[in-house]
Design a protein around this ligand. Structure first.
Ligand code: 5GP
Length: 196
């Protein structure tokens, strides 16, 4: 049957945001209620932050290993972000989509451009901070960056925010609860559309 659940591919959901926009928290809140969505686990060459674990937050690899993976065509997309390499493993992405599972990609704007080419039917959501000042405050209070890295991320944030028009939806994360509800309702609405 054409709409047999078994043969329906999953939906790809791409979420991008400048760092400090609250994306990680929103993605966690989303996953609590939408546990059926598979979150793609990226490979990265960046160092592990406190509280992160290998295989759960990221697959942490050395640069030479990452480069081998590029050569072997193992990534659906990859990009250099804030001086580190990040990539979406293709095999897990494709396997989940083929099994009818929706897949969430938390990737930067460069990666989103590539995924848009490969999966034009994907859902693209951008999360914005309410202002640059608030973004700076959030990054400072997070204390995960040193001053240089913070400035790099802020400059990058301004550039990245220019891409928001390339996304289907932009959510301004001023109030976390409201942003969470907006994100969830967008996904439910778009999923229902895709099932018609
Ligand atoms: P962080 O180092 O703060 O975890 O992530 C930095 C940026 O890299 C975030 O914007 C995040 O969305 C992005 N990112 C994480 N994984 C990937 C990936 O696989 N591909 C791309 N292009 N960006 C990624």
């Amino acid at each position: 049957m054409w709409n047999d659940k078994k043969h329906r591919r999953g939906m790809i959901i791409v979420i991008s945001a400048p760092s400090g926009a609250g994306k990680t928290t929103l993605v966690e809140l989303l996953r609590e209620d939408f546990s059926h969505i598979y979150r793609s686990i990226s490979c990265t060459t960046r160092i592990t932050r406190k509280g992160e674990s290998h295989g759960k937050d990221y697959i942490f690899v050395k640069e030479d290993k990452f480069k081998k993976m590029i050569e072997n065509n193992e990534f659906a997309e990859w990009a250099k972000v804030h001086g580190n390499l990040y990539g979406t493993p293709k095999a897990a992405l494709e396997a989940n989509l083929a099994n009818g599972k929706d897949v969430l990609l938390d990737i930067d704007v460069q990666g989103a451009e590539k995924i848009r080419e490969l999966y034009p039917n994907g859902l693209f959501i951008f999360i914005m901070p309410p202002s640059i000042e608030i973004l700076r405050e959030r990054l400072e209070s997070r204390k995960t960056e040193n001053q240089d890295s913070l400035e790099i991320r802020l400059n990058q944030a301004v550039k990245e925010m220019g891409y928001h028009t390339r996304y289907h939806y932009t959510i301004i994360n001023e109030d976390l609860k409201e942003a969470e509800l907006e994100l969830k309702s967008i996904i439910v609405k778009e999923k229902n559309k895709s099932l018609i």
